[in-house]
Write a new protein. Structure first.
Length: 213
């Protein structure tokens, strides 16, 4: 997702629905939610989503406050990931708060992400459903590698590398794609893309969106 919450529920996700009290492992740093303001989400058709975003060169307070706003916007929309251009900002940054298939919750941000090429032997495809806050109320199956690693920087400019499996791998790929101007529906067959857009036209998002001209 995937930046949307209602990914298909894998069988082992049902554990959580029955209220087990296991302590969830968190990898990463949870944001300070006393900072930042939620902003409305841009949707398919908005030009900012369909071109490569600008590389971040200034690791300053403005970048830190953009990241605060991105976390607030992601949580307000109940997403599991958010790219800057999804709130209309033309910069290479994404944030995430996303579970993997083992129930580990991954939280963080990546500035100037680059997806690592996978060795041929590691390309195991997973064809779970995917959704996107910028294509509200639509979901489609999309095959993606079940492992992903992204290199980039943190908000202070330090080099970082984030890797994940399962649903979190899907998220890392999805958010990086956003910053290069691609939505997941761009990777679907024409027929599936059309169907996703029909689902979007028929649905009503539960969060604020930016109207297209
Ligand atoms: Zn998305």
């Amino acid at each position: 997702m995937a930046d949307q919450h209602e990914h298909d529920h894998h069988d082992h996700d049902h554990d959580h629905e029955h209220g087990e009290t296991e302590v969830q492992k968190v990898v990463g740093e949870e944001p300070d939610l006393t900072r930042g303001t939620a902003r409305p989400i841009t949707v398919v058709g908005n030009p900012v989503l369909h071109r490569e975003t600008q590389t971040v060169t200034a690791f300053d307070d403005e970048l830190a406050s953009l990241i605060d706003d991105m976390f607030q916007s992601m949580y307000a929309a109940e997403g599991v990931g958010l790219a800057a251009n999804q709130i209309g900002v033309d910069r290479k940054v994404f944030v995430y708060d996303c579970p993997d298939d083992e129930g580990v919750r991954h939280v963080g941000h990546v500035v100037n992400p680059v997806l690592e090429e996978l060795p041929a032997g590691r390309r195991v495809l997973d064809d779970s459903q995917e959704g996107c806050l910028s294509v509200p109320t639509a979901y489609k199956e999309l095959a993606r590698p079940d492992f992903a690693a992204v290199t980039g920087q943190d908000k202070h400019g330090n080099p970082i590398r984030v890797e994940g499996t399962g649903f979190f791998a899907r998220c890392l790929q999805h958010e990086t794609d956003h910053l290069y101007g691609f939505l997941y529906i761009d990777k679907l067959s024409k027929r599936d893309r059309k169907d996703a857009l029909r689902q979007m036209a028929d649905g009503t998002p539960k969060y604020a969106t930016v109207a297209n001209d």
